[in-house]
Design a protein around this ligand. Sequence first.
Ligand SMILES: NC(=O)c1ccc[n+]([C@@H]2O[C@H](COP(=O)([O-])OP(=O)(O)OC[C@H]3O[C@@H](n4cnc5c(N)ncnc54)[C@H](OP(=O)(O)O)[C@@H]3O)[C@@H](O)[C@H]2O)c1
Length: 257
Amino acid sequence: MTGKVALVTGAGRGIGRGIAGALAGRGWTIAVNYRSDRGSAEACLESVKKAGGDGFLVQADVADTGNHERLVGEVMERTGRIDLLVNNAGMAPRQRRDILQLTPESFDEVMNVNLRGPVFLTRLVAGVMIEQVKNNNEEAPLIINITSISAVYASVNRAEYCMSKAALSMMTKLWAVRLAEYGIRVYEIRPGIIATDMTAGVSEKYDKLLEGGIALTPRWGKPEDVGKAVAALSENSFPYSTGAVFTVDGGLSVARL
Ligand SMILES: NC(=O)c1ccc[n+]([C@@H]2O[C@H](COP(=O)([O-])OP(=O)(O)OC[C@H]3O[C@@H](n4cnc5c(N)ncnc54)[C@H](OP(=O)(O)O)[C@@H]3O)[C@@H](O)[C@H]2O)c1
């Protein structure tokens, strides 16, 4: 396998697949991580190859820190490097419940997938990246975290999701600070309302909000919209930016009066 190597978590479906496709179009080799849906991951790999990239599948539930050594080990064994980590895998609460009915079980599940997993996976990959920087003079690797407008918009019927994304946003800053001395830049991409399985169950609600003008760009976001943002960052187009937030929300978060 040639070219730069990206580990994209949760790449089988939705936004992750959009990211893998966009990177593949620029010749990246993609480690397509998936949790349970192997069929989708295989379809993603096929689209990666069609787009001109290369890749392979790596199964791992990123919420389980016990899987991380194996996950990163498999990528290193196959490619010997990681130039980009995209922490994309994430979940919404299985059931939307008012914060007054928030359960510890749902809180723990969402936090483990959306925050605890990425924190410790990033810690492990950061170690690999630091060694890579020390051992060669190539461009430093990058880390991109996929958060959400929910990092700053309060939805009281999925509080655990909002809290997980707000914390992931802080995680971006913390790693940006810690890894700056190695030239490793860390970014947050903050998507708005994107058409994927995650939003399929509440599409009527979002159809109405979009028709009502909630976003300045009057349409649903697509996984490819997020993919394009990741691809732009991956090409070192923003060498003087780190710890920064890039919104991909069709202008939804522009404060208006
Ligand atoms: N859709 C939106 O409107 C929106 C907006 C803002 C931010 N986001 C964020 O964007 C990211 C992707 O969301 P999406 O809309 O594409 O969701 P999705 O369609 O539900 O897909 C989720 C993906 O994440 C994977 N995944 C979930 N838990 C995992 C785990 N523990 N370990 C490994 N992989 C796991 C799934 O893999 P399997 O299929 O193998 O289970 C699947 O590929 C999430 O972080 C989400 O919070 C989404």
